[in-house]
Ligand binder design. Structure first.
Ligand code: ADP
Ligand code: MG
Length: 124
């Protein structure tokens, strides 16, 4: 996947911002200088043919893959290189194409697992 960051809207109001992301798997360049801006409350779709690099980009944004080059900022913080669970806790979360259910749990409990990282409780 390649993109020109100049086609992105003004980066001023973007909450998620990636710049110049290059990701290689050996000799395969999955992402070449990709940039993206996602604004608050924006619903953005990434489309492209099989192998275009959509999943690779999602994996870079959520911290599953470390790109060889580029930066990822979320709400002003540099999140590249941080642990996946920390990035998820802060709000950048991915789902997966294939579903994996906890077969010993109820439907509602399976759904609630996805909410767990956003739940807060205390003794006070
Ligand atoms: N874990 C991986 N190891 C090696 N090559 C990969 C891996 N993940 C993706 N690729 C390669 O990177 C390119 C982009 O793949 P991918 O991000 O899965 O595209 P999409 O999600 O758009 O179908 C493809 O050439 C794919 O074969
Ligand atoms: Mg994919």
């Amino acid at each position: 996947m390649t993109s020109n960051s100049s086609i992105s809207p003004s980066s001023e109001a973007s909450v998620l911002q990636a710049r110049d992301i290059t990701l290689r798997f050996g000799g395969v360049t999955a992402l070449a200088d990709v940039g993206i801006d996602v604004r608050d409350n924006e619903l953005l779709a990434i489309i492209g043919p099989n192998g275009a690099g959509k999943s690779s980009l999602m994996n870079v944004l959520s911290g599953f893959y470390q790109p060889q080059k580029g930066s990822v900022h979320y709400r002003g913080q540099d999140i590249k290189g941080r642990a996946v669970h920390e990035i998820a806790r802060d709000g950048v979360v991915r789902t997966f194409q294939g579903t994996h259910l906890f077969s010993n749990m109820s439907v509602i409990d399976n759904i609630l697992v996805g909410r767990y990282s956003q739940m807060r409780s205390s003794m006070g």
